[in-house]
Ligand binder design. Structure first.
Ligand code: NAP
Length: 316
């Protein structure tokens, strides 16, 4: 596995990280989840991305990850980077959502309990909350670092102007923003215009999520919606309506292009995300060991010709 420094920090992340949003909850197969975690770690995927509300039901991905951590990986904690987040809906009432100090600090304590950890490596504000002063959210993040409950902090999905302001506040507090987590894939390139340049300017790492557009950028939906797919699951975030003939036409063209490169579409889509120097790592989500094995092989061919990039851009 190849590792990259995360922005101007001393922390290195693997080019591929593993996300536990779907596929690690109580509704999922625990044996497959264990197989994927073992394979990932054995391949040098040392970074595991979680959030308070990952898994169905909320919290179950952290609980299940915590169990495996203690039974199978106890002696490897210091070889892992474990991240979690809070910001979206988690528990009822006014303190289980948003960016308040009350919510973020309570949620971190809950995440640590669920995973059986003393600290997480990275804690993120999961979204910008327009109803909470940015100073309050950032000082809560900074205090987590001072208390030793998080080693680094990051932000996710913040608009550019708020991300810039967050970076300034965190720098002034002496706890620089390590990383920005944003959606990035062939179908969604918005971060290229503002967030990637900002990350470079601020010395903040960038990590991409949903690099396969939740599975659309694979061969999975070419012949309809399989019963075991995210689009078919009632608790999946990808909706059936998003699998349109128009999207599938693009997927077909991209699949042919990937085949010319000797890759599957999923492999090409991952390699494409990693071509930009500003991208430190991408977070893959997989529902089976076979998917993860195939995705790791994306790292075998990361270079693109100008013509290939142009043709991919045509379908974006
Ligand atoms: N910060 C945020 O707000 C935010 C938001 C979203 C995600 N994330 C993070 O990013 C991670 C990844 O997001 P994501 O799960 O949307 O990523 P993704 O890689 O775009 O989609 C993952 C899904 O794609 C399908 N897939 C993966 N590899 C495949 C392959 N080789 N062949 C065919 N299908 C394949 C699987 O779908 P099936 O289940 O249908 O098999 C899998 O569940 C999350 O786990 C989370 O850690 C963060």
């Amino acid at each position: 596995m190849d590792y990259r420094f995360c922005g101007r920090s001393g922390l290195q992340l693997p080019r591929l990280s593993l996300g536990l949003w779907h596929n690690f909850g109580d509704v999922d197969d625990p044996r497959e989840a264990a197989r994927m975690l073992h394979y990932a770690f054995d391949q040098g995927i040392t970074h595991f991305d979680l959030a308070n509300n990952y898994g169905t039901p909320y919290g179950s991905a952290e609980t299940n990850f915590g169990k495996l951590l203690h039974t199978d990986f106890a002696s490897h904690r210091d070889e892992m980077v474990i991240s979690t987040k809070a910001g979206h809906d988690m528990w009822p009432g006014p303190y289980g959502n948003g960016g308040s100090r009350k919510y973020l600090i309570a949620s971190l304590h809950q995440s640590l309990r669920r995973m059986g950890l003393d600290y997480v490596d990275i804690f993120y504000s999961h979204r910008y909350d327009p109803d909470t002063p940015l100073e309050e959210t950032m000082s809560a993040l900074s205090d987590m670092v001072r208390q030793g409950k998080a080693l680094y902090v990051g932000i996710s999905k913040y608009p550019e102007d708020k991300a810039r302001e967050a970076c300034r506040i965190l720098r002034d507090l002496g706890t620089p923003c390590l990383i920005y987590q944003g959606r990035y894939n062939i179908f969604n390139r918005a971060v290229e215009h503002d967030i990637l340049p900002l990350a470079t300017e601020q010395g903040m790492g960038f990590i991409g999520f949903s690099p396969l557009a939740q599975g659309l950028l694979s061969d999975k939906y070419l012949n309809g919606i399989p019963a075991d797919s995210r689009a078919a699951h009632p608790y999946g975030f990808l909706k059936r309506e998003e699998v349109t003939p128009d999207v599938m036409k693009k997927v077909k063209k991209l699949t042919d292009l990937a085949a010319h490169r000797g890759q599957t579409l999923a492999q090409m889509a991952l390699a494409w995300c990693l071509r930009d120097k500003a991208v430190c790592s991408v977070i893959v989500g997989t529902s089976s060991l076979a998917q993860l094995q195939s995705n790791v092989a994306a790292l075998d061919n990361l270079s693109f010709t100008d013509e290939e990039l142009w043709l991919i851009g045509e379908q974006g």
